[in-house]
Design a protein around this ligand. Structure first.
Ligand code: HEM
Length: 513
């Protein structure tokens, strides 16, 4: 996505100073409500109540979450309060799950009771009220649009059909790295700058058939460059998705206006929509002139006759954002770890040489490269690209991990917490691909990180992500020796909703002879 993918955020868990300001106003309402809820819980169930992390009256635990890395705070709390506990974010209760068994129970066994989401204000605007595969409720709309995206883009047969697009992306990336190594051998390479741009090009070719270099956008009255298109379609919505409106925490105060927040998010949506409309209009003209391309927009315009213009635009935008983000995040962390661990790099190189000989690594080799697969899965574990799955909503009273969870509660699934759980993983802080070699290519063994989610809402783009990341890593290690730039080892801070590396990875690369 999740989109990550756009598929992930925890916007309603980040505190704002404004949250405290409105505290007094709702203080008394809080206690009356709290008393009634507790009474209801006690009446309704013989099960234990989920342990609570102590917080402040009215604002609950909001101030403890203000550092904007909820996955880490959640994992720390799990050490004190156990793997399942509840927190308060203003007037909402959130139950946080930090252990694989209970997460599976929530995502698979109890899915029917926990299948919807209550979106933050930012996400409501940016998803246009759930007009996306990843953020829709599990309803007829979801089934229909998921069928479309699988049919044209993400199913195994569609991925097979689209392979040449990915080959172009990997070749272009390698060519740029070669040019860098030739002309600037002593200079550190900004890995992200090259990889992100090529990935975006791939996402555009798959979505609209063309890697657009610039476009005139009538609603904005200007020509927008490729760089600005990327910012408008990918970077801004990702940042917007974690924007906080204090009214998310206190729905009863929704009537109070928050114009600066509204304007910022509406602007983001307006610009994105304007750019998408221009891109789609250009493709409609192309189709009208008789030129048809194998891409998602051509497919949707032909097959999605019952979809509105907005729905078509949102679905196309969704695939661009999802392809461009989480795949970069995992590739960048994988190359960071490989550059930091020369022995692992060497072991991978030896396997590649044994399997590929003098051929370039490509997708048909992947099934014969188990160490490459182990590197991919260990990277997803250690650097979960979607650290916390976007909040799910409990629709009816349910039981989770032996606890009573009342309807109306929100559920935060902390994949980062599961993947750093020392009861499940030895030395979880260490990046150690060998831990994924034991189970061979057993998919259950490989997917125990749950990086792609689980159950009915598991990631639809997992195959595409695996193909791109593994082929790219394989090719990059086959062709170059990778070293971290000085000072890069400790540069591991993350940002945004998909655990992006805060600073782009800088590496020294040396062509292998
Ligand atoms: C390493 C890369 C990726 C990771 C770690 C990842 C992770 C996830 C996760 C955890 C979910 C489930 C969210 C939930 O349960 O609410 C998800 C859903 C989804 N992802 Fe991904 N994703 C990745 C790449 C992609 C790509 C490349 C695409 C498409 C181009 C994509 C498309 C989707 C879609 C459409 C869904 C929603 C599926 C549904 O709701 O039925 N993802 N992803």
């Amino acid at each position: 996505m999740e989109p990550a993918s756009i598929t992930t955020s925890l916007p309603s868990l980040q505190a704002t100073p404004a949250a405290a300001a409105v505290g007094g106003l709702v203080f008394s309402v809080y206690f009356v409500k709290r008393f009634m809820v507790d009474k209801k819980k006690a009446n309704n169930s013989h099960l234990r109540l989920v342990p609570e992390v102590p917080g402040l009256p009215v604002i609950g635990n909001l101030l403890q979450l203000k550092e904007k890395k909820p996955h880490k705070t959640f994992a720390n709390w799990a050490e004190t309060y156990g793997p399942i506990y509840s927190i308060k974010t203003g007037s909402s209760s959130v139950v946080v799950l930090n252990t694989t068994d209970v997460v599976k129970e929530a995502m698979v066994t109890k899915f029917s009771s926990i299948s919807t989401r209550k979106l933050s204000r930012a996400l409501s605007v940016l998803t246009q009220d759930k007009t996306m595969v990843a953020m829709s409720d599990y309803d007829d709309f979801h089934k229909m649009v998921k069928r479309h995206v699988l049919a044209n883009l993400l199913s195994p047969s569609a991925q097979k059909r689209l392979r040449s697009q990915r080959d172009i992306m990997v070749d272009n990336t390698a060519t740029q790295f070669q040019a860098h190594a030739k002309f600037h051998p002593e200079k550190a390479l900004n890995f992200r700058k090259v990889f992100e741009s090529e990935l975006f090009g791939l996402s555009m070719r798959q979505a609209i058939g063309k890697d657009v270099q610039s476009i005139y956008v009538e609603e904005l009255g200007t020509t927008v460059s490729r760089e600005e298109i990327f910012k408008t379609l990918v970077l801004d919505p990702m940042d917007g998705a974690i924007e906080v409106d204090w009214r998310d925490f206190f729905p009863s105060l929704s009537w109070i206006p928050n114009p600066s927040f509204e304007e910022k998010i509406e602007q983001m949506h307006y610009r994105r929509q304007a750019v998408m409309s221009a891109l789609i209009a250009e493709q409609k003209q192309r189709i009208a002139s008789g030129e048809v391309i194998d891409c998602f927009v051509d497919y949707l315009l032909a097959e999605g006759k019952n979809l509105t213009d907005l729905q078509i635009s949102m679905l196309i935008w969704e695939t661009i954002a999802e392809t461009s983000d989480t795949t970069l995040v995992s590739s960048e962390w994988a190359m960071y770890e490989l550059a930091k661990n020369p022995d692992t790099q060497e072991r991978l190189l030896r396997q590649i040489q044994a399997v590929c000989g003098s051929d370039e690594v490509s997708e048909q080799h992947l099934s014969k490269l188990p160490y490459l697969s182990a590197i991919f899965h260990e990277t997803l574990r250690r650097h979960s690209p979607v650290p916390v799955i976007p909040l799910r909503h409990v629709d009816v009273d349910t039981e989770l991990g032996g606890y009573h969870v009342p309807a109306g509660t929100q559920i935060a699934i902390n994949l980062y917490g599961c993947n750093m759980d020392s009861k499940q993983w030895d030395n979880p802080d260490e990046w150690l691909p060998e831990r994924f070699l034991g189970g061979g290519s057993d998919p259950m063994e490989l997917h125990k990180t749950m990086a792609f989610g689980s159950g009915k809402r598991a990631c639809a783009g997992a195959l595409q992500a695996m193909l791109i990341v593994c082929t790219s890593i394989g090719r990059m290690v086959q062709q170059f020796e990778w070293h971290l730039k000085e000072g890069e080892v400790d540069n591991v801070d993350t940002v945004s909703l998909t655990a992006r590396k805060l600073d782009p990875l800088h590496v020294l690369i040396k062509p292998r002879s």
